[in-house]
Design a protein around this ligand. Structure first.
Ligand SMILES: [Mn+2]
Length: 327
């Protein structure tokens, strides 16, 4: 860590123009690392800018918007040196990689992916720590080594990078939590970071889920909790929601101009215990109503013609028969 800190302090001291560049379709770890490292190099005396190759992922844009930061895409290559972060090879720079190659600028790599031999050869400085679950964590440790204090928004960006690259701490190491603790003490806003990383929800889907909940009917069939509800769209999502909140078997149907659709979900334990196969049930039901049906044991659907009320009755008759025979 001392090596890389010394290197960065040295190249910045002389006021060099340094581009801190990250990979294409840049994720939050990539943009956070590039932006925060670039800020720090400026503090050390460099004329540094961050940049991303080709494009930025949508969830990264949400993070940037939340913390009012920006990163140029395909920046100008008028630099004395390019430092690649969160990027193990020029191949990960999309079309911009070719341009960078042509420019023949001085290259440095600070990364946490598998080392790439070719890159080692063409770089004037090469520092790769595969043991770090995120580049943001690595950048934080380097900045600490440099003795530089971050501001709360910089800390939030790095926290977003860590959360994103560790898949919400699934791949975190004990040291990751130490870094997170320091970021929080620096003022990182965990709640806003989480909010920025959450995928935007379709408002019409939210309304549909709430309607499905309001219209749901709970029935016990041979001791199993079954739910039926009705919606005009998002039937599969609603059935999955009922499954998630506790239904053993859930169905959500729709009826429109004589056409009927039903989507179903069942819990794995029920399938195992009873031998129920929703794909089979839906196939039978689809055929009975002049349509088709099928799917997996735990997730299936049917389409047909008729009245939803009739199809529902028939569905419960089939279900009762299946579940009774296995009691
Ligand atoms: Mn990464």
């Amino acid at each position: 860590m001392k090596n890389v800190a010394n290197f960065l302090a040295e190249v910045s001291k002389s006021g060099q123009r340094i581009l801190v560049l990250c990979h294409h379709n840049a994720d939050p770890d990539a943009v956070a690392s590039a932006i925060v490292l670039s800020d720090v190099l400026n503090q050390l005396g460099a004329k540094s800018k961050p940049g991303a190759a080709d494009d930025i992922a949508t969830y990264s844009q949400n993070v940037l918007k939340m913390f009012k930061r920006d990163i140029p895409v395909n920046p100008q290559l008028n630099a004395d040196m390019v430092i690649l972060v969160d990027t193990s090879s020029l191949d990960h720079l999309g079309n911009f990689g070719g341009k960078l190659k042509e420019a023949q600028l001085k290259l440095a790599v600070i990364d946490h992916h598998r080392p790439v031999q070719d890159m080692k050869q063409i770089s004037s400085f090469y520092f790769v720590r595969e043991d770090f679950p995120s580049e943001s964590e690595l950048i934080f440790r380097i900045i600490r080594e440099l003795g530089i204090k971050l501001d709360p928004d910089q800390a939030s960006l790095l926290l977003a990078g860590i959360i994103s690259d560790t898949a919400h701490f699934n791949f975190a190491k004990p040291e990751t939590f130490e870094v997170v603790n320091e970021l929080l003490k620096t003022g990182a806003d965990y709640q806003r970071v989480n909010e920025a990383l959450r995928p935007p929800e379709d408002p019409s889907k939210r309304v549909a889920m709430l309607k499905a909940a309001g219209r749901s009917q709970l029935r016990r069939v041979c001791g199993h909790l079954t739910v039926f509800s009705e919606l005009g769209s998002f039937e599969g999502d609603a059935a999955a929601m009922f499954h998630r909140i506790g239904a053993d078997v859930a169905f959500v149907g729709s009826e429109d101009k004589g056409k009927v659709r039903i989507s179903g979900r069942a819990r794995a334990e029920v399938l195992k215990k009873t031998g129920l196969h929703l794909g089979e049930v839906m196939e039978v039901l689809g055929k009975q109503y002049g349509g088709s049906g099928g799917g997996h044991a735990g997730a299936a659907s049917m389409k047909g013609e008729g009245k939803l009320e009739d199809v529902k009755k028939q569905l419960y008759t089939i279900l009762e028969k299946k579940l009774k025979s296995k009691q």
